[in-house]
Design a protein around this ligand. Structure first.
Ligand SMILES: Nc1ncnc2c1ncn2[C@@H]1O[C@H](COP(=O)(O)OP(=O)(O)OP(=O)(O)O)[C@@H](O)[C@H]1O
Length: 723
């Protein structure tokens, strides 16, 4: 009987087909699997055909329906393992199949694919172009070094004519084989060959450093060496499962960079994965939880945290999907929650109740009351920031500790006398809140961290999503939840998406990830056009590395190498004379997406800075007969209607089409949210950056289409993309 494997491209095709065609694909595959190899070759129904023009002699097609063809890679190594590569309308399938060539990567031993025809064209184009420039991108790496890292002859010739990193980007996968491209990308980013070996090749199980000493790998071995993009269909029900269970690719296919961290056998301490929006950080966190559950001992509990309750709910559902029926019982060993909810639970369990959370308006009044008897030169905002970003951030208990402390992250000098006065005000603030049985979320975390430190760890592993927005008091809760040991903490986050005011030095909080970090660069969500456009909104912004705020030597993060393999239309940015015109244009835009492009209303999102505009958008859409619902009302997936939300509420979500409205100069940046530079210069820079990040987060929620609009004066934050 032939064995059958499915490639991720095939699965992507299959998911996008209409149900009746999916059923026919399924029937064809069942028939394929029921025949012997000689019967397969003779079968008129399957019609296994070799393509005359195919660049790879192992490529075959099979008939699925009158119009659809499957593309297969037939074995040439004596095995009976066939791989289904694509399923597409006849002409598209044939055209695709003729241009591809499959090979075994010389270093990873995995199967790889290239568009051989396009690469040949690139070769002649770049050879001519490079003649004029003597400098070459990879000149300082010898052929032997490149070959040892898996670069083959064709890719070597291309590497030799690359002058800039942009030349390389033009040949990104699916044109160039993905493993080889990644090696060149790392070298272009100044990683040493040794780093590349350690980060990309060794984790794939290769132990032989030199290409000449490695044994040959057969095609079927290579297929099984490529679990990130090929899966063998083993059980009879497997294909039905793919068809019926709302199959999502991330459950099976991980990029090697994702798999390396998600399934790492064991980190000797905290580990961290960063990456731009849509690079699959949440996916990695979910797979890591699965790995820890599967390899852990009975009774080992895992904590998975994220930023909002809604996101925690979504994470729980995704984890259940990933674990499937086979591992469903493992879910009992996981808590999926926000750090704030966990902290409130710890306080409640210990003290019998937890304080009522305080709104920001109530907090401001409490500071006014606390400062009433002092003639202070500081605003309520300053007091609140001082308390949150110095006292709670450092966990200070006594006036002496406050007098002695280094006020990291604060830009104003505060002398001894002033500190004593400030401490009195802060004491009054906390006493006042205690008498009302109320506290800020950060205060509850501060309390919970202390209680946990006394009570001891509750979890064997802690996995943290959206790590960039956690406050030091929240980190102390997490640190105290788990003992310092191997695989204690696993963090994923993106400093470019930090939209809340939290400056953190992870090292000073006992979370040292040095030597256990990795960065994801491939975006799976948005088109390259949306990515480039959105990334340029942060051009020149000083984004620090995750968890290295105020540290000596804390470096800058960058979106270098961040890319997508998807392509589509350029984002549209348009100004209007007034809000009425802007909303009229919004309705038209949504109608185009829904009526012409066939996008479901629930796959369209509109976001605005504040709830007032969110409400106005919902009212307008409904008046015009466009169904609309507020994201804050938590509409389930079955509820139809355009989703409308504030920019903050868009965190972690994604939609096919996104309209960002009301991007005016008085809303972004929003002056009351930005501390004036003369009040505190450091805080000013950090608040301003958070405003830029907020717009970046909103725009990067879009998968296929993005439209930005404003009425009146456009926000200066759009300058990089509209000038
Ligand atoms: N290996 C993969 N194969 C296919 N799709 C993937 C893969 N990894 C991630 N995705 C998809 O990419 C999208 C983004 O993934 P995810 O939400 O994990 O990214 P993220 O880095 O956490 O994003 P953000 O930081 O913007 O919230 C999702 O639709 C996810 O299903």
């Amino acid at each position: 009987m032939p064995r059958l494997a499915l490639s991720d491209d095939f699965v992507a095709d299959l998911i996008s087909l209409q149900r009746p065609v999916q059923k026919e694909v399924n029937d064809t595959i069942q028939m394929f699997r029921s025949l012997t190899v000689p019967q397969l070759h003779a079968s008129k129904g399957i019609h296994l055909e070799k393509l005359e023009r195919a660049r790879d002699p192992r490529i075959r097609t099979i008939r699925v329906t009158k119009f659809y063809r499957g593309v297969l890679l037939a074995p040439d190594d004596g095995s009976e393992l066939f791989t289904l590569l694509r399923v597409a309308p006849h002409d598209e399938a044939i055209n695709w199949a003729c241009k591809r060539a499959y090979s075994v990567n010389g270093a990873t031993g995995g199967l790889e694919v290239r568009n051989v025809e396009a690469l040949e064209q690139m070769e002649s184009y770049f050879e001519t172009k490079a003649v004029r420039t003597p400098a070459r991108l990879f000149a300082h790496h010898s052929d032997t070094v490149l070959r040892d890292l898996g670069i083959d002859e064709q890719v070597m010739r291309l590497a030799r004519v690359c002058v800039t990193a942009d030349d390389l980007t033009v040949m990104a996968p699916p044109m160039m084989p993905a493993d080889q491209y990644e090696v060149l990308e790392y070298l272009a980013a100044d990683y040493s060959p040794q780093d590349v070996w350690e980060q990309l090749i060794a984790p794939r199980g290769q132990t032989v450093r030199t290409a000449d000493d490695r044994p040959a790998v057969t095609l079927s071995e290579a297929i099984l060496n490529t679990p990130n993009s090929i899966v063998e269909v083993t059980g009879p029900g497997e294909l039905e499962r793919i068809l019926t269970e709302d199959f999502v690719r991330w459950r099976v296919f991980l990029h090697p960079a994702q798999r390396r961290h998600a399934y790492h056998p064991g980190f000797n301490g905290p580990a961290q994965v960063t990456g731009g929006p849509g690079t699959g950080k949440t996916v990695v966190a979910l797979h890591r939880v699965r790995h820890l559950l599967r390899t852990g001992r009975e009774g080992d509990r895992v904590l998975l945290t994220t930023f909002t309750n809604a996101m925690a709910g979504a994470l729980r559902d995704s984890l259940a999907l990933l674990l499937g029926d086979a591992d469903a019982q493992l879910l009992d060993r996981v808590d999926v929650t926000t750090v704030d909810s966990l902290a409130a639970r710890v306080v409640r369990e210990t003290r019998g109740s937890s304080p009522k959370p305080l709104s920001s308006a109530a907090e401001k009044s409490a500071w006014t009351r606390a400062a009433a008897r002092e003639d202070l030169p500081w605003s309520e905002r300053f007091l609140s920031q001082e308390f949150r970003n110095v006292v709670l951030a450092q966990g200070l208990r006594t006036p002496e500790e406050y007098l002695r402390c280094v006020r990291r992250g604060r830009g104003t000098q505060v002398g001894r006398v002033q500190r004593a006065r400030l401490w009195r005000v802060m004491e009054r603030f906390t006493e006042d809140l205690a008498s009302r049985d109320s506290a800020t979320y950060t205060m509850v975390c501060d309390q919970a961290a202390r209680l946990l430190a006394e009570q001891g760890p509750r979890y064997r592993h802690v996995v943290v999503d959206e790590a960039q927005d956690l406050h030091p008091a929240q980190w102390r809760v997490l640190r105290a939840c788990v003992a310092e040991q191997a695989d204690d903490l696993f963090l994923v986050g993106d400093p470019h998406q930090r939209i809340y005011d939290s400056r953190v030095s992870l090292r000073s909080l006992g979370v040292n990830v040095r030597g256990r970090t990795s960065r994801l660069r491939l975006n799976y969500r948005s088109t390259e056009e949306i990515l480039r456009w959105s990334a340029s909104l942060l051009d020149g912004q000083p984004v620090g590395r995750l968890g290295e705020d105020d540290e000596d030597g804390g470096g800058r993060d960058s979106l270098r190498g961040y890319r997508s393999e998807l392509h589509g239309r350029d984002p549209v940015a348009r100004g209007h004379g007034n809000q009425d015109d802007e909303l009229r244009a919004l309705v038209e835009q949504i109608r185009t997406w829904v009526d012409q492009d066939g996008v479901k209303p629930s796959e369209v999102a509109v976001c605005a800075r504040f709830n007032t505009l969110v409400d106005a958008v919902i009212a307008r859409l409904r008046r015009e007969g466009v169904p609309a619902v507020a994201v804050k009302d938590d509409p389930g997936p079955s509820v139809s209607g355009v989703r409308v939300a504030t920019m903050h509420a868009m965190k972690g979500l994604e939609f096919r089409c996104v309209a960002v409205v009301g991007v005016t100069s008085n809303v972004l940046p929003f002056a009351p949210q930005v501390t004036p530079a003369d009040e505190d210069a450091v805080q000013h820079r950090s608040d301003l950056l958070a405003e830029h990040c907020l717009l970046f987060v909103a725009c990067t929620r879009a998968r296929d289409a993005l439209a930005i609009s404003w009425s009146g004066e456009r926000s200066r934050m759009l300058d990089p993309v509209t000038d």
